[in-house]
Design a protein around this ligand. Structure first.
Ligand SMILES: C[S@@+](CC[C@H](N)C(=O)[O-])C[C@H]1O[C@@H](n2cnc3c(N)ncnc32)[C@H](O)[C@@H]1O
Length: 245
């Protein structure tokens, strides 16, 4: 018997695979001290909402890396639909191997994806792929306050035990050989609009799916959304805008 892929069922057709918005992407892009061009790589691009926003704004090719082929196919469709097909090149590969595939990167962008290989490891392994003075922009889930509601703390103890504070992530970035130029925290609304507000009814409708793995993924998703509602802004997605030193 073939099993349904829980990710496809919960996220199928969703444009956003994580919190964020084009206006935040472009705001953060504007925090770089100069307009980047040349070799631009987007690590863990997913369906590439931000990949398209970057390529559109910069009119520069963007090399989009993801390990899940269906997301890359959907990105190609989106790029063709937006009339910027020639600007998007896709690579189905592990973002941990970026330095083997690309050298002399001018800008490495990664929204809501670096955690898959660990933020500190991602920064270390990407360092050698960048040009001297090259830029890295990574968004990473980060604690924003010391006071954290108990159920939120409990959820992330298993959900993402590696989560660090924004100050700790600054130290991680400096130790990996970067200068932090700026940071930006995603506003709460970007978690809800087009993301949790679409994800919640999808997950709810899958709670009685015949496949146990789908039911489990749906209920974990609903728990994540509930936790966000009770987070009291104790955590958020922080963009770290960095330059290789
Ligand atoms: C939460 S999604 C974010 C997608 C996209 N950046 C966005 O914000 O819409 C994380 C993405 O990382 C990809 N991913 C996970 N592990 C990966 C790896 N080791 N190498 C490349 N991509 C990976 C997943 O396939 C997924 O598309």
């Amino acid at each position: 018997m073939s099993h349904a892929n829980p990710v496809d069922l919960v996220f199928g057709g969703m444009e956003k695979l994580g919190p964020g918005s084009d206006s935040d992407t472009l705001q953060v892009l504007g925090m770089l001290p100069k307009v980047p061009h040349g070799l631009i790589v987007d690590a863990g691009c997913g369906r590439g909402r931000h990949t398209l926003a970057l390529a559109n704004r910069l009119r520069n090719p963007v090399h989009a890396v993801d390990s899940y082929e269906p997301f890359l196919s959907s990105l190609i469709e989106g790029a063709e639909g937006a009339g910027i097909g020639p600007l998007i090149q896709t690579y189905c590969m592990d973002m941990a191997d970026i330095a083997d595939r690309f050298q002399g990167i001018d800008l490495l962008w990664s929204e809501g994806a670096a955690y898959n290989i660990g933020f500190p490891y991602a920064l270390k392994t990407w360092h050698s792929a960048l040009k001297p003075g090259g830029f890295v922009v990574v968004s990473e889930l980060s604690w924003l306050q010391e006071k954290v509601p108990a159920d939120v703390r409990r959820f992330f103890k298993t959900g993402y035990s590696d989560m660090r504070s924004a100050d700790e992530n600054r130290v991680v970035a400096e130790d990996a050989g970067y200068r932090i130029l700026a940071t930006h925290t995603l506003p709460r609304a970007t978690w809800i609009e087009g993301y949790y507000d679409r994800l919640e009814p999808r997950a709810r409708s899958l709670l009685d799916h015949p496949d146990q793995a789908v039911r489990d993924f749906a209920s974990e998703t609903l728990e994540e959304i509930r936790i966000f509602g009770s987070s009291e802004d104790s955590y958020g997605y922080v963009f770290y805008v960095m330059e290789k030193v």
